[in-house]
Design a protein around this ligand. Sequence first.
Ligand code: GDP
Length: 488
Amino acid sequence: FDNLFDEARIVARSLADAAAGALDPTIRLGVTGLSRAGKTVFLTALVQALVHGGRLPAFRAYAQGRIAGARLSPQPDDAVPRFDVEAHMKALTGPDRRWPEGTRRISELRVVVDFEARGFLSGSRSRRRLTLDIVDYPGEWLLDLALLGQDFREWSGRTLASSEGPTRAPLAADWRAFLASLDPSAPQDEDAARTAAALFTAYLRAGRDDRVALSTLPPGRFLMPGELEGSPALTFAPLALPAEGEAPAGSLWAMMERRYEAYRTHVVKPFFRDHFSRLDRQVVLVDALAALNAGPEAVADLENALTDVLAAFRHGRNSWLSSLFRPRVDRLLFAATKADHLHHTSHDRLEAILKRLVSRAIKKAEFGGAAVDVVALAAVRATREASARQGREELPVIVGVPEKGERSNGQAFDGEEEIAVFPGDLPDDPEVALRSGGYRGRAASGEGGDLRFIKFRPPKLVAAERPPQLPHIRLDRTLEFLIGDALA
Ligand code: GDP
């Protein structure tokens, strides 16, 4: 009955969506990626470019002068928070140039674009309107889809096994030590459950540290609780199988199992039913540089995450994911963010690396259906390029202002001074990059030092431009792939 009820709800909603679409075509675009992948910055820059324009030669409708205007409009879903684009823009372009607060929950924004479509007769044009509903949500929630196919016993087994890998074991040590002291058949115990959940969460969190950069760490709400922050729905953790193979009613195992089931039913399923299943297009932002920096294990884990993402969008009925929860996505874009950390000679290489990862994931997920593309971009370009002399050589460098408090080689940056960095080359052959992981940047002053984790401040804008235009890398190509066809 549960499914029947879901089905009725979804059919009614699709009918309503279709009725609205007959008058005004609507695209529902999902923006996702793990925390710090760059969702907030990307969506802010994308909306700014749509509404106020900019240097966008590859975004054809705009370059051809066919966009008559674009504006924000009240969103259709009253129960979903609004994406606060004004506050984010203020942070980026205000006098102290800060990166905005990152995505912590689902939010939504509607942009209405009036444009001239090319008619059937050559030279004829007709006025049309595209309604773009953009939904921003944590990628951690998307990876929870895997949990729908695993019961508590399977999930516990897998989570325990994966925590034994060489990178994960040291991070999981405290949690595993506490787990070893628990008897799953003993009577249920709230204190034990809370301590286990807290230590388990700390382990998942440690996996997201820059130096480790793992991608697959479900349950997603443990890292990105959204409105469930501090809720008892998140007070569970995997357990070792009871010695007798079964645990009695009223045991710690039974309690954890019940909470895991509640998480699947009341948290994971509703997200897929109410939000994910309605998407028409999706962009998945990936901090591929962070994974490459952290090494081969992080890269392998990223590939697993991409496989899971593709599986979520796979068409067809033959899987445990009810096709009800599967969106009819016809375009899927994977974007490597923060490409401004590289010299432009490496942008194509970053793209090639992500392409290789995605195509391997496509094979594993037996993905078929939507058009998939890959891009390396910087939604907001924080660096510029220059060249610096080292001995007799002229070397390409990137120049930017490190954030206040960033350090390298014993030097602390004050948040005002520009530095030049040799960004380091990505290997020409994507396979080499994937196997070895990593590139090495160094300070152009020549002392070396590890600059891989330097965060630059947002760029100073040209004061004369009103409204301010954010510099970017390949945001126009991204727009063209995501909505260009709808504006043709
Ligand atoms: P979210 O957690 O996915 O919403 O990620 P954010 O959009 O908040 O981005 C996380 C951080 O990545 C920001 O605070 C910036 O430091 C950095 N970042 C994001 N996009 C860019 C970009 O285009 N260029 C540079 N240099 N840094 C970026």
